[in-house]
Design a protein around this ligand. Structure first.
Ligand code: TK8
Length: 347
């Protein structure tokens, strides 16, 4: 009997020692991915667009690369369709450290770092290739570094794309057709003032509220790339689409700085490289989608209007004073650098 008690207490002692060993391992694995069995670090990654959009496909690619390269020491949970909030509220959540990743458009991001409005200057980029060259150059990368002052880390640029106007009132072929149209814009003053200069009646609104606002007629129209207009089913609540191509919108792959600083150097390199690689993948998918979906919008019954070069030139002239006004707000140095980079990219 005594012997049996002895054996049982020895087994108990060994089990307790093992449990104690585990918790030490947990504590030590913070910052490194050396502990295969330790608790994984979790990245909660949220976006505003739905699961069919190339942005979400890119995010799944990011997840795949990070989980593979860290042997599961970092896990990525993905949330689409504004489940975690809109571009602004999710960016604030990254600053607070309650969320780890989001991929906003540069327009709302300018509320955190005004320099980012440089990318939202109307008619800035002539095409996607020039945009890639400038965004991936030192000029683009230097702008990302400015985010750190806001407790954010910009890891790479993804693509939203050239924005085109839709509405439910009438075809828009010239500037006169903007007259009085209630247009939803992203939350960015430059966008608001540019649409006012075109004669429209703009309203800033989070993307998560847009479909309902179109459905209820709170606004007459909105502007986004064809892929977003199609995949978010805006054709159900909009009748007219014009290729205004008035702004090229980049996305910025953002990470919470407090989370990023808590990673080991290896892990920081893995998430950075993954954000760049998944970004290239997303850009490719997005271009194919934007190419494809203009026809799909017409197949769904939307009326398409081609903007003539003369009509576009009239719009360019109308917004020029607004751009001049914003140069100082954005930062002359930043604006000059980006214009120079665009020029160089076309040589
Ligand atoms: C989605 C937004 C969207 C943007 C907008 O979160 O707000 O219209 O174009 O893509 O970032």
């Amino acid at each position: 009997m005594k012997k049996l008690a002895m054996v049982l207490s020895t087994i108990l002692l060994i089990a307790m020692l093992a449990a104690c060993g585990n918790s030490n391992e947990k504590a030590s694995s913070n910052g490194g991915n050396e502990s295969a069995s330790g608790d994984a670090k979790v990245i909660k990654a949220g976006i505003g667009l739905n699961e069919d959009h190339p942005q979400y496909k890119g995010l799944l690619k990011f997840k795949e690369i990070v989980e593979e390269k860290t042997d599961g020491a970092i896990k990525v949970e993905t949330y689409h369709s504004g489940q975690l909030g809109d571009d602004r509220s999710m960016t604030e959540a990254l600053q607070l450290g309650t969320q780890e990743v989001t991929i906003p458009s540069t327009a709302p991001l300018a509320n955190f770092v005004p320099d980012f409005s440089v990318y939202d200057i109307p008619f800035l980029f002539p095409n996607e290739e020039v945009a890639d060259t400038v965004l991936d150059s030192d000029v683009g990368q230097d702008l990302l570094k400015k985010l750190e002052s806001q407790n954010l880390v910009g890891l790479s640029y993804w693509e939203n794309g050239f924005r085109d106007l839709t509405n439910s009132e009438h075809p828009v072929a010239t500037m006169d057709d903007f007259d009085g149209l209630k247009i939803r814009t992203m939350e960015n003053d430059l966008h608001l003032d540019a649409f006012s200069a075109l004669g429209a009646n703009p309203t800033p609104m989070a993307f998560t509220e847009l479909f309902t606002a179109l459905q209820q007629g709170t606004v007459d129209g909105q502007e986004n790339p064809y892929a977003t207009i199609y995949l978010q089913k805006f054709y159900e609540v909009q009748d007219y689409v014009s290729n205004t191509h008035h702004i090229y919108s980049p996305f910025v792959f953002l990470m919470s700085k407090s989370f990023y600083d808590g990673l080991s150097e290896d892990q920081q390199k893995i998430v950075k490289d993954a954000a760049v690689e998944a970004g290239k993948y997303e850009r490719k998918l997005n271009r194919e989608a934007n190419e494809k979906y203009l026809q799909s919008l017409q197949d769904e019954g939307m009326e398409y209007t081609e903007i003539t070069p003369e009509a576009r030139e009239e719009m360019v002239k109308a917004v020029a004073p607004v751009i001049d006004e914003y140069k100082s707000q954005i930062g002359e140095e930043t604006v000059d650098k980006v214009y120079k980079a665009i020029e160089d990219a076309q040589k």
